[in-house]
Ligand binder design. Structure first.
Ligand SMILES: [Mn+2]
Length: 379
């Protein structure tokens, strides 16, 4: 049997979409996986984060009830992993900066998958070169990361916001979910009258009052870079981080924050960093993948990148008791369970819009598919 008729999986692209739907040329968003950790101070392993996120993303359901469609069927390209430079964090950060510079020059929205948090300096430098004082940074994190140096390096993940502060003023930095800060960082906060910290305990004390989200949005400038250190979340929902801290943020409030920020501001780049996978425990990997899916969906909605979008912005969020009905023709689509049960059913037929990367190794197969032999949906 010829190789191209066997069910090889495609490369590790986000969501496992067919390669013809996530070409670089057509992409709005480009994911840049950087499997780097060298300054991690507690449990190491964030270098395995990008691969775990991409693997988990294959199991994210493409249909999103909030949008009433499959918002990310096309337009998201995943680059191969950027090789870490073992000379140290500076060299790797420089490579990331160069990569993001090239993506922005090509008109792509850059989305970094870490890796440790020190990488964030790369995209922020590249975007600051473009947007200057218009650029502000929204950081979701348990840690203020304002130390001048940590464990003898100024490029530590514990110093990343301090490095950014050499580029952008504290008035352009908004920090959400903070609950770990040192005395020296607190000194800096007091002396500089930094009022951009949204403490985790204050958010928690507010309960269902989410007016803090309005205050976050008010503080942001025109252009926003979003950096999400996954330890911003509570360890009960996101235990797979190198430096967990109790009392963190939860799923829905963070989605509400991201929905509003993306809806009201010009978000120009994002990263999700510090996933430190726990072998055999898939829930945190999936959590990270789904978080990226939602963030990208908000972004696609904001820019009108979702083709034939059937519902107005965030209608589901405003009327959560009424999930949208499937579009005509979708009602009988067979839902394949993310557990992979469908994998054992080679005859399973997916509608064209939901097919993911399966046998796509040659043009001949692509054209064979369009003459409609049933193609197995790869998950
Ligand atoms: Mn952190």
């Amino acid at each position: 049997m010829p190789l191209d008729q066997l069910p090889f999986r495609g490369g590790a692209n986000f969501l496992g979409l067919p390669s013809e739907d996530c070409r670089y040329e057509d992409a709005h968003v480009v994911l840049l996986p950087v499997p780097y950790d060298s300054t991690t101070s507690y449990r190491a392993g964030t270098r395995d984060g990008p691969a775990a996120i991409l693997a988990a993303s294959r199991n994210v359901e493409l249909f999103d009830p909030e949008f009433g469609c499959e918002p990310l069927n096309r337009g998201v390209h995943t680059l191969p992993e950027l090789e870490p430079d073992m000379q140290g964090p500076q060299a790797t950060v420089a490579n990331v900066e160069n990569a993001v510079q090239a993506l922005v020059a090509d008109g792509k929205f850059p989305f970094l998958l870490g890796g440790e948090h020190s990488l964030t300096t790369g995209p922020v430098r590249a975007l600051h070169a473009v947007y200057g004082d218009d650029l502000s940074v929204l950081q979701l994190d348990a840690h203020a990361d304002l130390r001048d140096a940590y464990e003898h390096t100024p490029f530590s993940h514990a110093s990343v916001m301090r490095r950014l502060n050499e580029l952008i003023p504290l008035s352009h930095l908004t920090q959400v979910g903070i609950r770990n800060i040192s005395a020296s960082e607190m000194d800096l906060v007091r002396k500089s009258k930094h009022d951009g910290i949204f403490w985790a305990h204050e958010i928690a004390a507010g309960g269902h009052d989410q007016s803090w989200i309005d205050r976050v949005c008010k503080r942001l400038k025109k252009r926003v870079y979003i950096t999400i250190d996954l330890d911003a979340f509570d360890p009960s929902v996101m235990p797979a981080v190198g430096t967990p801290e109790p009392g963190g943020l939860l799923w829905y409030p963070v989605l509400n924050l991201l929905r509003q920020v993306v809806g009201q501001h010009d978000v120009v780049g994002c990263d999700v960093v510090e996933l430190c996978p726990i072998p055999g425990f898939i829930a945190p990997d999936f959590f990270a993948a789904k978080l990226i899916f939602k963030l990208l969906a908000f972004l696609f909605a904001r820019h009108g990148w979702i083709p034939d979008r059937p519902r107005p912005d965030h209608a589901f969020a405003q009327n959560a008791s009424q999930p949208p009905r499937p579009k005509k023709g979708e009602a009988h689509r067979k839902r394949e369970h993310p557990s992979g049960a469908a994998r054992s059913t080679p005859a399973a037929v997916a509608s064209p819009s939901t097919k993911r990367q399966g046998v796509r190794s040659s043009r001949s197969m692509a054209s064979a598919r369009s003459s409609s032999p049933p193609t197995r949906r790869e998950r």
